[in-house]
Ligand binder design. Structure first.
Ligand code: ADP
Ligand code: MG
Length: 327
């Protein structure tokens, strides 16, 4: 029971973007190198995610749709070292309880694809043969069709789409080894091929944060013991009232962390006028057991075991680069 509480039960399926986040994290867990996201009406009508990952075997399709059946955490000790993005084993079950979900998959070593969907009031899972290349597709149709109160909380299609686009941008900045495609109402909105060279990374950076950011940002690479900081930061003189992006990652996970944000602001010091917004894409890496990622159920916050040390290292690494950037 203690373990169950720590896992912060109750999946947050708040809006289309939270569905996309869970599904894309599953694709990444499945080692996909190509992820296509297709949306209709801001995701409220359709969210379709296709990946070329390892797939789900026929015998496991039904299990994948059931709550906790797949939780990868079997002991408290495992909580200390959470490596894969998903660990609660309830995203698919939660989503299928508030939308019409269809799961189609074919592992490379399986001859044919199979499809599963939960139907009817008792949510009995039906299995049928299907046609599908190696990998997995998940269709989420009519989100919140059976929970009108939540459906009413959805904003305009444009707003919901913007949330999803922002999520994909954040993910694409942490996974240059994955090709991403995002379509909305039949139109490709973002196409980001795999970026495996410095030039290709720079190109992706420009596509996501804008050409201005990509051209003016300073490249950072710094290390203190086992703590590493790398990424791009915009010099103070190039920052504007409307930020061209604030992206930070801890051990590959996107974060909106207070400590990091504070350290970044402090590094700019007096160079950055109060009304201007810093812009950065920063990657912090440290040993998994120096950081607790299970602080917030939505997984946007972390707790550093040596908070002061991490903070001061980030300030000094960035301040160095920003000071040089002033010359
Ligand atoms: P969790 O990711 O926490 O295990 P989910 O409900 O998100 O729980 O997914 C259930 C299981 O379904 C996963 O553990 C995984 O085995 C399988 N699965 C889901 N999506 C995919 C995918 N895109 N590719 C391969 N397997 C998947
Ligand atoms: Mg998951």
């Amino acid at each position: 029971a203690q373990l169950a509480n720590q896992i912060a039960a109750g999946e947050v399926v708040e809006r289309p973007a939270s569905v996309v986040k869970e599904l894309v994290e599953n694709s990444l867990d499945a080692q996909a190198t190509q992820i296509d996201i297709e949306l209709e009406k801001g995701g409220s009508k359709l969210i379709r995610i296709r990946d070329n990952g390892v797939g789900i075997a026929e015998a496991e399709l039904v299990l994948a749709l059931s709550r906790h059946a797949t939780s990868k955490i079997s002991s408290l000790a495992d909580l200390e070292q959470i490596e894969s993005l998903g660990f609660r084993g309830e995203a698919l079950a939660s989503i299928s309880s508030v939308a019409r979900l269809t799961l189609t998959s074919k592992p490379a070593q399986q001859a044919a694809a199979w499809q599963a969907s939960a139907e009817g009031r008792d949510m009995a899972v039906e299995l049928r043969p299907a046609a599908h290349p190696d990998g997995t597709s998940i269709d989420v149709v009519d989100l919140f069709f059976n929970t009108p109160a939540r459906r009413r909380f959805l904003r305009s299609d444009k707003t919901e789409f913007t949330h999803i686009d922002e999520l994909i941008k954040r993910l694409a900045l942490s996974r240059f080894d994955v090709a991403w495609q995002l379509s909305h109402n039949g139109q490709v909105v973002r196409r980001l091929p795999v970026a495996d060279t410095a030039a290709a990374k720079q190109k992706r950076l420009a596509l996501i944060c804008g050409r201005n950011f990509a051209e003016q940002a300073l490249w950072i690479e710094n290390q203190y013991g086992e703590i590493k900081l790398s990424g791009w930061i915009l010099p103070a003189m190039a920052c504007q009232a409307v930020s061209s992006g604030q992206y930070s990652y801890v051990n590959g996970r996107m974060m909106r962390d207070k400590l990091l944000n504070h350290a970044i602001r402090q590094a700019y010091g007096d160079w950055l006028a109060a009304e201007l917004q810093p812009a950065f894409v920063l990657y912090l890496e440290l040993p998994a057991n120096d950081v607790d990622v299970n602080v917030h159920p939505a997984k946007h916050e972390v707790r550093f075991h040596q908070a002061r040390l991490v903070h001061d290292f980030v300030v000094s690494a960035l301040a160095d680069a920003l000071t040089q950037g002033q010359d």
